[in-house]
Design a protein around this ligand. Structure first.
Ligand code: RP5
Length: 162
């Protein structure tokens, strides 16, 4: 068992620019994570092993991003009870609607908490993971509250032309 409680997994290297948004949020909140390429189609054995060992390795949340035929989050949810937060990566052909539909329509029994398409979804996945961990980590809860307050404080009262 390690101190790493969050796993960020993605179907391809090409997903990393999007999934990095989740990593950035976790960095800002001081949450340790691992990041791995685990493809449902190209490396199914890796997916199987990751899901099989996730709970025993001490992971509390898995953030899974994929694009197109985005089966990674759902398959991971089938293989482990560790909560899976799904990120639909934006695609060139169908703008990520394909990814969203592939991730969100899970059958009863195997949920994936599905975020918005693209970078905002990935950042929110990091925040969702933080919120889950903060339930049992008072220091993290304080940091998360401060992060949220800072974001609110950065929003101007009025629009500007600049
Ligand atoms: C999916 O196929 C990946 O998650 C990625 O979003 C998409 C395209 O992968 P590459 O062809 O760029 O490796 O499995």
């Amino acid at each position: 068992m390690t101190d790493v409680k969050v796993g960020i997994i993605m179907g391809s290297q090409s997903d990393w620019p999007t999934m990095k948004e989740a990593a950035t949020v976790l960095d800002e909140l001081g949450i340790a994570y691992e990041a791995k390429i685990v493809s449902a189609h190209r490396t199914p054995d890796r997916l199987w092993d990751y899901g099989k060992t996730a709970a025993d390795r001490g992971l509390h949340v898995i953030i899974a991003g994929a694009g197109g035929a985005a089966h990674l989050p759902g398959m991971m949810a089938s293989k482990t009870r560790v909560p899976v937060v799904g990120v639909p990566v934006q695609t060139r052909a169908l703008s990520g609607v394909d990814s969203l539909y592939s991730i969100v329509q899970m059958p009863k029994g195997f949920p994936v908490a599905t975020m918005a398409i693209g970078a905002a979804g990935a950042a929110n996945a990091g925040l969702m993971a933080a919120g889950i961990l903060a339930v049992s980590d008072a220091d993290l809860a304080t940091r998360l509250d401060a992060w949220r307050d800072a974001l609110s404080a950065s929003i101007p009262d009025e629009p500007s032309d600049d």
